[in-house]
Design a protein around this ligand. Sequence first.
Ligand SMILES: Nc1nc2c(c(=O)[nH]1)N[C@H]1C(S)=C(S)[C@@H](COP(=O)(O)O)O[C@H]1N2
Ligand SMILES: [Mo]
Length: 335
Amino acid sequence: MLIKKPTLIRPSEITPPSAYLNRRQFMQGLAGTAAFAASASALALPAPQFDKGLPVYAGPDWLQQQLRAGVSNKALSTDEKVAPYQHAIRHNNFYEFGTGKGDPAKNAQDFITDPWSVEISGEVNRPGTIGLEDLIKPHQLEERIVRLRCVEAWSMVLPFVGVSLATLLKQFEPTSKAKYVEFTTLNDPKQMPGQRSVFSSLDWPYVEALRMDEAMHPLAFMAVGMYGNALPPQNGAPLRLVLPWKYGFKWVKSIVGIRFTETMPATTWNKMAAQEYGFFANVNPAVSHPRWSQATERRLPSSLFRPNIIDTQPFNGYGDEVAHLYSDLDLKKWF
Ligand SMILES: Nc1nc2c(c(=O)[nH]1)N[C@H]1C(S)=C(S)[C@@H](COP(=O)(O)O)O[C@H]1N2
Ligand SMILES: [Mo]
């Protein structure tokens, strides 16, 4: 059973990014960092600090204070080895900033994430626009170390900091008509080169959604931080979903809209290719993508000599927690 009573840890126990790097990775990181550090130094707000040559994102003052005041527990966390920080911030999917894995780290550094607000709408008693600080400040921050399994068959273990999604959503008082909740990424072609690209096959803004019972599940999480600090822009600053039992494409980044609906919303990847990307997108080794198997995954970091291929688990290994949500669904049909 993953669900334990949370305990508080002292701020001094928050793990700084450097502690996630072993010495060898640190040396490799430095060797490859000069060019990256140079490009990241011409920054808009918030300016990253550098921790052993890697950019660390402080975020706004209120968030930094909240992070230092203490982050709770390791409840719902895996004890697997966390990906080295430099991999987490340089291997990204964030098509708004380009389709290459290294594009977001290059193109998102000037992305303005403060001030930020989120519009709450639809089947809800308390709609309106709420500033990020007002959304997050009332809640105790929590660290969750989770597996991210991309539909492209790679995975990473990442340490997020944030708040349970249920806690955030309940305060808006969804009505009894709210059966789904939809999350929308910022639409800003001026800042997001991928949204200007004529080659883009995706419709903007990026939208994904959950059934209400999925959104209210204790594993569903809203992150504002990573590796003990604010979220880097390439990882979806300042606010992104963490849904450990679902393929990464459901983990919407840089959220500006939360809408409660009675009917199933149209979602970005499903609209692009419904036969390849289902609405539910639960990790499932038994249902292949039409163009590749989902039975195994490449756990990052990996290399030619150490490919690090592991078996993919149903619901990404979180079946004990979430399988009951889908007991009446044929998962081959509702993939
Ligand atoms: N807005 C937006 N959110 C997104 C994506 C995207 O392209 N745009 N890519 C998704 C995919 S496919 C994955 S695997 C994860 C990757 O998260 P990471 O870059 O923090 O590892 O973000 C998801 N969230
Ligand atoms: Mo993905």
